[in-house]
Ligand binder design. Structure first.
Ligand SMILES: *Cc1c(COP(=O)(O)O)cnc(C)c1O
Length: 355
């Protein structure tokens, strides 16, 4: 590693959770990575310290104007005990893409990946080994300058925390019920839809709450202008298999460019599928469903890898997909990707980075 960090180990290690009862993102490891930024020194003082609450000035920009971003990736332990990451360079690139939009300082890609490796290495005993488990890695950045005038912060903190996780959904790879949202919007052209920021989530919570209250698992977002075109499903990218071909929304600035999305597209192309990255309407999807041509719908993201959709609800109409069962392609994609991530399957694309 090019970058070395000062390590302060905890004197009171925590009890590790039972790997059989892991939920998502509620338990954190013993350490975290912290690095500071100011205009004179740039990024400096990268260090690994015991996991602990932060002390921040209540006037910090992040609390008032939300200058903030985050990332998400995972570390896996192979059967042989090797520790590995999946495409962390893509998270580094996306961080800088987000940061340019948010007027936050970029981070050298190698520094980003080295910081992830270093903190994962210190807490590698926290990586669970059971089926469908992994160590979720959450890098994030906040504007810390204390001032109430709206302006770009001059100081930032970059932090990485780690959480051992089980399956994202309580019932594992089970089909979900999705509400097609036609009142609220997630992102518009010129906005921040492509950036991974808390603000996008804060503004979307009301729709997710509405969907949950009605008994749905997630929302499917339509484009903000015409409420016609399919964009994403909750916190993941959406794929549709129609008459043997794959459709997913093109990256036009309103959609988060998922690393799982990009990887699934490559894998499906390897398998000979025609993958259309395009704009298509929810009406097209329902029409395909009514004609019996909609074979599978699934959502992809780091947290869940893949989440099959069993039902879509849109303006009073319900569309059941694949008899509410996990589709053949969804299962095959999950097995392939999780297989590569955990070293059970050959990594022909060079996606795996050892820690
Ligand atoms: C993180 C995220 C995704 C999935 O991205 P991955 O890189 O595959 O984890 C999709 N949509 C939104 C809104 C996200 O925040």
């Amino acid at each position: 590693m090019k970058n070395q960090f000062k390590i302060t180990l905890t004197t009171s290690p925590k009890q590790k959770p039972d790997p059989k009862n892991l939920t998502f993102g509620k338990v954190f490891t013993d350490h975290m990575f912290v690095m500071d930024y100011d205009n004179e020194n740039g990024w400096h003082d990268g260090r690994i310290v015991p996991y602990a609450p932060l002390e921040l000035d209540p006037a910090s920009i992040v609390f008032h104007y939300g200058q903030e971003m985050f990332e998400g990736l995972k570390a896996y332990k192979t059967k042989e005990g090797r520790v590995q990451l999946f495409r962390p360079d893509m998270n580094a690139k996306r961080t800088n893409n987000t940061n340019r939009r948010m007027c936050m300082p970029e981070i050298d890609e190698e520094l980003f990946v080295d910081a992830v490796k270093a903190v994962v290495d210190v807490d590698k005993d926290w990586i669970p080994e059971g089926k469908d488990t992994s160590l979720y890695i959450r890098p994030f950045m906040i504007g810390t300058e204390p001032k109430l005038g709206v302006a770009v912060s001059n100081t930032f903190k970059f932090i990485i925390i780690l959480s051992p996780v089980g399956p994202y959904y309580e019932h594992g790879l089970a089909p979900t019920r999705i509400y097609v949202e036609n009142e609220y919007i997630r992102s518009a052209m010129g906005g921040t839809g492509f950036a991974k920021i808390g603000g996008n989530y804060a503004a979307a919570m009301i729709a997710e709450k509405k969907a949950h209250d009605m008994g749905f698992d997630q929302v499917l977002w339509l484009d903000a202008k015409e409420k016609k075109y399919v964009e994403e499903i909750g916190t993941s990218n959406a794929f549709f298999k129609i008459d043997g071909e794959i459709y997913t929304s093109s990256l036009i600035g309103t959609i988060l460019p998922g690393i799982t999305r990009a990887s699934m597209i490559e894998v499906m192309k390897d398998w000979g599928y025609k993958v259309n990255e395009t704009r298509f309407t929810i009406e097209d999807v329902f029409k395909a469903g009514e004609e019996g041509k909609l074979e599978e719908v699934f959502a992809t993201g780091t947290a869940a890898v893949i989440s099959p959709v069993g039902e879509l609800f849109w303006e009073g109409k319900t569309l059941v997909i694949n008899n509410n069962e996990i589709g053949e392609l969804s299962q095959r994609l999950y097995d392939e990707l999780y297989g590569i991530q955990t070293g059970e399957r050959e990594d022909t694309h060079g996606w795996i980075v050892p820690v």
